[in-house]
Write a protein that binds this ligand. Structure first.
Ligand SMILES: C[S@@+](CC[C@H](N)C(=O)[O-])C[C@H]1O[C@@H](n2cnc3c(N)ncnc32)[C@H](O)[C@@H]1O
Length: 286
């Protein structure tokens, strides 16, 4: 498991009974987490500093309950990167902190490449990976179906001091990749963080188990002659690292390189790591 351990503005204080208690700089949130099937060792619901809880509804979904005054949105730092945090629908805050392990690794590959790198970030959300790669010197194309998320990625980039080098696209990822293939545009690195289930801006259906393999094969067609890496991240429960490893191994057979796949997690203050999905990366060693 790769553990995100360089955070100062974020920590997980406790976990249990389907919830995790997190500190986002000075704000304390209690959010559901399906992996947490053990009992809590403290009474997280009455944690003195707790600001807000995302309460699950029996009809599905849920809503935020605010317990103590807190800003509507605020900023947190990860090294020299800055992100805006805001409690949103579907228990989201606008950032997946465990992704820091992937940000650090991709940034080091880009910095050590010794050549200009063009990155395509698909299902790119609020731009955690976009900002990390752009800060490392890459030119990034950021694609997501949700206009609000793409706008927030722009804000995160500006907060992080990045004024240029990012192209923002609101589109269905598959449609965009097909268009780039036709236009002859090529990228040295591809990142994708597809949801289990999702829809493009015109209702295009995405189901990870039906689409992922064919989509990675399609993406190979937008790779440059000398790709640097292809990274897939997934939060889909049951999708094991070895599945990502197999997909990358099968799809990237024509290139010389190595595939690594791993669980992604965050160390909690209770001394146990919280699993947060899986990552897989192909790195070209030509
Ligand atoms: C799990 S989030 C990605 C998290 C992000 N990479 C990060 O680490 O911060 C999935 C994203 O995929 C987008 N999405 C879902 N279906 C899509 C589609 N067909 N085309 C483009 N984006 C899509 C959603 O809007 C959402 O922002």
């Amino acid at each position: 498991m790769k553990i995100a351990k360089n955070w100062k503005d974020y920590s997980i204080i406790a976990t249990g009974d389907g919830y995790k208690l997190e500190r986002w700089k000075n704000v304390y949130l209690l959010r559901p987490d399906p992996q947490v099937i053990w009992s809590a060792s403290i009474d997280m619901w009455h944690y003195p500093a707790l600001n807000a809880v995302y309460k699950r509804s029996s009809k599905g979904g849920g809503e935020w309950e605010f317990l103590k005054p807190m800003p509507a949105e605020w900023e947190i730092a990860y090294g020299d990167l800055q992100f805006k945090i805001k409690p949103m629908g579907f228990k989201h805050t606008g950032l997946f902190p465990e992704q820091a392990v992937n940000w650090d690794y991709m940034a080091s590959l880009i910095r050590n490449a010794g050549r200009p790198i063009k990155v395509l970030n698909l299902f790119a959300y609020t731009g955690g990976a976009t900002v990390a790669c752009a800060k490392a010197g890459a030119e990034v194309t950021h694609v997501d179906a949700a206009k609000g998320m793409v706008e927030r990625a722009g804000e995160n980039a500006r907060l992080s001091g990045i004024e240029s080098g990012i192209r923002y696209i609101v589109d269905d990822c598959e449609k965009f990749v097909r268009r780039e293939i036709r236009r002859g545009n090529r990228y040295d690195a591809i990142i994708m963080d597809p949801p289990s289930y999702g829809r493009g801006p015109n209702g295009e259906m995405w189901k990870i188990e039906e689409k992922l393999y064919a989509f990675v094969r399609l993406c190979k067609e937008v790779l440059s002659d000398r790709p640097l890496f292809v990274l897939i991240n997934s939060y889909t429960t049951g999708l094991q690292p070895m599945v990502l490893s197999n997909i990358l191994t099968l799809c990237m057979r024509d290139y010389k390189g190595t595939v690594d796949a791993y669980e992604v997690g965050i160390q909690t203050e209770e001394g146990i790591p919280l699993p947060c999905g899986a990552g897989g990366i192909f790195v070209n060693d030509d």
